[in-house]
Write a protein that binds this ligand. Structure first.
Ligand code: C2E
Ligand code: CA
Ligand code: CA
Length: 449
């Protein structure tokens, strides 16, 4: 087993790239540049020690450079160490593109073959990013940069993947970086606001409450949808302060509405799995509800099944605690991702929201129509309530009512409503006879008629 290995490093990789580009220009050949990064290599170092890690890297380097290897048999190539556990492979390829995939597969094979570990076999995987000269860049800097970006994308997909550079991906990554930078000061600069979409009870057509939906208007970037910025906020942790702001703002609004309406309203608030893992989440929710003088059952937290792919034990116990305090929990987007009925038994929920993708197709005579009907029946047998979201047409509304669905939400009955200063003044000045509930009910009835 070897000590520290002496393989060409990053600066050497740039020199080799320059040489390869010059040679390719002279010969008129193309280049395939592949950056290979061993997945979860830190685990090897941690569990088997750095000596074994270096030994594994040496073996992979030998396989990549071996004159008898599949790679060498296809084309001439250069291999350089590129940072901790990555290798840069530069290959001169023929004009036809058929060999490009064969080449990266051969590179991948050098990693995935087992490594002997004192008589037992150790299996590794790698993420590979690749780019091509001349189409993806004419300089060594640009080619390496694009190859790194492809590798980054490939790692982001969970490892053991090969991805070729794609200009669109880079554009997407640039947009992501711009949004991430703009997101940091957005809360402090008061660039967020909430809009509220009504949810109606199907049995009597009356307003049940609202779902709070976040909006972000950036002075230069314009309106950025939550579908675009929430996943970024989840990755960089900003979802914690943003989520707390949403909770406060939505509860403040509900307190305002409750003051002037005749019956009790429910405010539904979207909660990210990251918030549920925050140890102070329960405390924050209970405090905000108390501060605003609300009843716990007037707050409904909307969660999605992906909480189960995070720290599910922590999340479930947080939800159970909140439920015990009287707060309602609903399962959003049911029917997307890994929906399963066994999750329904596992999660401490009161209510389930059927995803709009099902509702969209249910008025056609498709399987989705039967699926929606079956979900409503089954879920109610489990003692849960059902909300159908994305209801846009009367036919959908009538079918859902026929099937006994409890609540509906969608453009047919009301788009997300952005409270203006006038609405807020109206809320403050309105007496009970001109309650929001009454005007909303009228709107609903008009839409249904
Ligand atoms: P969601 O929770 O499924 O919210 C419903 C989305 O469907 C909203 O999009 C709403 O505007 C849209 N919608 C409502 N009715 C209809 C309809 O009839 N037809 C169609 N085609 N669409 C309809 P929006 O506001 O862009 O929100 C997108 C997603 O962003 C939400 O999906 C939710 O997952 C997330 N989100 C929004 N606000 C928050 C928040 O405060 N916190 C967190 N964590 N996520 C949020
Ligand atoms: Ca929702
Ligand atoms: Ca939803």
């Amino acid at each position: 087993m070897g000590g520290a290995i002496d393989l060409p490093g990053r600066s050497e990789a740039f020199i080799q790239m320059e040489i390869a580009i010059n040679n390719a220009r002279v010969s008129g050949r193309r280049l395939l540049v592949a950056l290979l990064d061993i997945d979860r290599f830190y685990c090897i170092n941690e569990t088997k020690g750095t000596d074994f890690g270096n030994y594994a890297l040496n073996i992979i380097y030998k396989r990549l450079t071996d004159a008898e290897s599949a790679i060498s048999k296809i084309c001439s190539h250069t291999v350089c160490r590129f940072g901790g556990n990555a290798f840069l492979v530069i290959v001169e390829v023929e004009q036809e593109e058929l060999n490009d995939w064969k080449m990266v597969e051969a590179i991948k094979y050098a990693v995935t073959q087992p490594i002997d570990d004192d008589g037992t076999e150790l299996y590794l995987t790698a993420s590979i990013g690749a780019s091509l000269f001349p189409q993806d860049g004419h300089t060594s800097e640009l080619l390496i940069c694009h190859t790194e970006s492809a590798l980054h994308q490939s790692k982001g997909q969970g490892g053991n993947q090969v991805l070729f550079y794609n200009a669109e991906d880079t554009e997407r990554m640039n947009r992501r970086t711009t949004i991430e930078a703009a997101l940091r000061p957005a809360l402090f600069l008061r660039q967020f606001h909430l809009s509220y979409q009504p949810i109606y009870r199907l049995s009597d057509g009356r307003l049940r409450g609202y779902e709070a939906l976040i909006r972000w208007n950036h002075p230069e970037l314009g309106a950025i949808t939550p579908n675009e910025f929430i996943p970024i906020a989840e990755q960089n942790g900003l979802i914690i302060p943003i989520g707390e702001w949403v909770l406060r703002e939505a509860c403040k609004m509900l307190a305002g509405i409750t003051k002037y309406s005749l019956s009790e309203m429910t405010m539904s608030i979207n909660i990210s799995p990251i918030q549920l893992m925050d140890p102070s989440f329960t405390h924050t929710v209970l405090n905000v509800i108390k501060e605003k003088g609300l009843q716990p059952y007037s707050i409904e937290l909307e969660i999605t099944e992906n909480i189960l792919s995070y720290s599910s034990e922590t999340s479930i116990s947080t939800l159970s605690r909140l439920r015990a305090e009287g707060i309602r929990i609903s399962l959003d987007d049911f029917g997307t991702g890994y929906s399963s009925f066994s999750n329904l038994k596992q999660l401490p929920i009161h209510c389930l929201k059927i995803d709009k993708s099902f509702i969209k197709k249910m008025d056609l005579h498709s399987a989705d129509r039967h699926i929606v009907e079956a979900i409503i029946g089954l879920v109610q047998k489990l003692g849960l309530e059902v909300i159908a979201e994305g209801v846009e047409y009367e036919e959908q509304y009538h079918l859902l009512r026929e099937w006994g669905c409890n609540y509906v939400q969608g453009y047919l009955l009301g788009k997300p409503w952005e409270p203006t200063l006038i609405d807020m003044t109206m809320l403050r000045n309105n007496n009970k006879s001109q309650s929001i509930q009454t005007s909303e009910d009228e709107m609903a009835l008009k839409a249904i008629k």
